[in-house]
Design a protein around this ligand. Structure first.
Ligand SMILES: *Cc1c(COP(=O)(O)O)cnc(C)c1O
Length: 397
C-alpha cells in the first residue's frame, strides 16, 4: 500500500505499509495454500494450562483489571524461571513487569528509553515490530546485517563495533534470532557485552525463543554476562514457549530503574492485559523440565522434516539452531523457478505454483538487496501439514 492511500498517517509511520503477513495470509485463504508464513502453532499448548485459564476465569481471578505490574503469582513464577534456568536473580516486586506479549514489552522499552534522535543498533534482518517501534519513539535505527556464512547467518563483530557512535543509546538484540534461526554464541555475546559496557549502552534483548534451541547450541541470556545485569532489559513471552500466541502474556526482567522506566510507558499503552491468562502462565512456567524438553524435541523433529524436505526440493537450507523458522536461499532452484532470486516475486507466485505460503525475508531488512534471495518457512505446524507441504514443494522442480 502506498502512503497516498493513507493520507492521515504521520511521517514517522509512513514508511511502514501493511504487514506482509496480512497479504500472505489472505493469499493462503484465497488459494487454499498451506500457510507456512506466519509463525504460530496450529495446535494449542498443554491441556492442563488451558484448564488453568478456565479455572481462573470461573473463579473470577483476573476478570477485572489485574495489578499494573502483573499479578504477584506470575511475577514470582517469572523470577523463579530465570533463577532455575539461568541462575539469575530478579526481585518479583521491583525487577519483573508483565506486558501484553513481547510486542508491548518491545514498544514500551523503546518508548521509555529513547530520546528523539537517539540511535538504536539492531541486528538485521529484524523482527517486524522493531523498526516501527524505534520510529514511534523518534529513534533512528542503525542496522548491522547478519550475513550468510556456510550454513548459518553470522554477526560480524567489527561491523557491530563500527555501528556504534556517540549518538547510540541502545543495542537491540534478538537471540535465538527470527527469521534466521541464529543463536548467538558465548563469544558473540561476550563481545556484545564488552561493547555495551565500554560505550555505556543500554541493551534490550528479545529472548522469546529461549526454549527453542537445538543440538549443540545453547541459549545464554545477555543479562548474565559481566556488567550486563544493570544495563539489560530482557524480554520473554509465553506465546512461543507454551503455544498460546493469542494469550499475549509477555514480560520484562531488568534492574529496578529500568523496570520503572518501562512500566511508565507500559501503563499508558495497555495499562494491563490478559488477566485470567496470567494465572495460567504462572502455572505453565512452573511445569517440570520434561515439558520444555518434550516441546523442544517435538520442534526439532519438525525442523528436520521441513529442512530436509526443502533441501530435497532444491533450496539451500540454513538449518536453524533455534526458533521455529527455516530460512532458505531460493537461487539454487534456477533463475526461472526462483524468479531470478527475487524472494518477493517467488513468495507471491508460490501459492498458485505449489500451494504453499512463505515469507520473503527482504521485508525484515533495510538493505532489501541483502535479503532478496532469502525466504522463510515456519515449521511450528502438525507433522502431516509439514509432510504435505514438502510433497508440494518437491513437485515444484
Ligand atoms: C513472536 C515474536 C514476538 C512477539 O511476541 P508476543 O508475545 O506474541 O507479543 C517478539 N519477538 C520475536 C522475535 C517474535 O518472534
Amino acid at each position: 500500500m502506498t502512503s497516498s492511500a493513507r493520507p492521515h498517517l504521520n511521517r514517522r509511520l509512513a514508511e511502514f505499509g501493511t504487514t506482509i503477513f496480512a497479504e500472505m495470509s489472505a493469499l493462503a485463504v484465497r488459494t487454499g495454500a498451506i500457510n507456512l508464513g506466519q509463525g504460530f502453532p496450529d495446535t494449542d499448548g498443554p491441556e492442563e494450562i488451558r484448564e488453568a485459564a478456565v479455572r481462573a476465569l470461573r473463579a473470577g481471578h483476573g476478570n477485572q483489571y489485574p495489578p499494573g505490574p502483573g499479578i504477584p503469582e506470575l511475577r514470582t513464577a517469572i523470577s523463579a524461571h530465570q533463577q532455575r534456568r539461568y541462575g539469575l536473580l530478579f526481585d518479583p516486586d521491583t525487577e519483573v513487569l508483565v506486558t501484553a506479549g513481547a510486542t508491548e514489552a518491545i514498544a514500551a522499552s523503546l518508548l521509555a528509553l529513547l530520546e528523539p534522535g537517539d540511535e538504536v543498533v539492531a541486528l538485521e534482518p529484524y523482527y517486524d515490530s522493531y523498526a516501527a517501534c524505534i520510529a514511534m519513539a523518534g529513534g533512528k535505527r542503525v542496522p548491522v546485517t547478519l550475513r550468510p556464512h556456510e550454513d548459518s547467518f553470522r554477526l560480524d563483530l567489527d561491523e557491530l563495533r563500527a555501528a556504534v557512535t556517540d549518538r547510540t543509546r541502545l543495542l537491540l538484540i534478538n537471540t535465538p534470532h527470527n527469521p534466521t534461526g541464529t543463536v548467538l554464541t558465548r563469544e558473540e555475546l561476550t563481545a556484545i557485552a564488552e561493547l555495551a559496557v565500554e560505550r555505556d549502552l543500554l541493551v534490550v534483548t528479545d529472548e522469546v525463543y529461549e526454549h527453542l534451541v537445538f543440538g549443540e547450541a545453547e541459549h545464554l541470556p545477555l543479562a548474565g554476562f559481566p556488567g550486563m545485569r544493570e544495563r539489560t532489559v530482557t524480554i520473554g513471552s509465553a506465546g512461543k514457549t507454551f503455544s498460546f500466541t493469542g494469550w499475549k502474556v509477555g514480560w520484562v526482567t531488568a534492574a529496578p530503574e529500568l523496570v520503572a522506566a518501562v512500566r511508565s510507558a507500559k501503563q499508558f499503552l495497555t495499562y494491563v492485559s490478559s488477566g485470567p491468562f496470567q494465572y495460567a502462565v504462572a502455572e505453565a512456567l512452573a511445569l517440570p523440565d520434561t515439558y520444555f524438553t518434550a516441546f523442544r524435541d517435538d520442534m526439532l523433529a519438525k525442523r528436520d522434516l521441513l529442512a530436509t524436505g526443502l533441501a530435497e526440493a532444491g533450496f539451500k537450507v540454513f538449518r536453524p539452531a533455534g526458533t521455529y523458522f527455516v530460512t532458505t536461499d531460493i537461487r539454487p532452484l534456477g533463475t526461472a523457478l526462483s524468479q531470478e532470486g527475487d524472494g518477493f516475486a517467488f513468495c507471491r507466485a508460490l501459492p498458485e505454483r505449489a500451494g504453499v505460503v512463505a515469507i520473503p525475508n527482504a521485508v525484515f531488512y533495510d538493505h532489501r538487496d541483502a535479503g532478496a534471495p532469502f525466504v522463510r518457512f515456519a515449521f511450528c505446524k502438525r507433522t502431516e501439514v509439514l509432510e504435505e507441504a514438502v510433497k508440494r514443494l518437491k513437485a515444484l522442480a
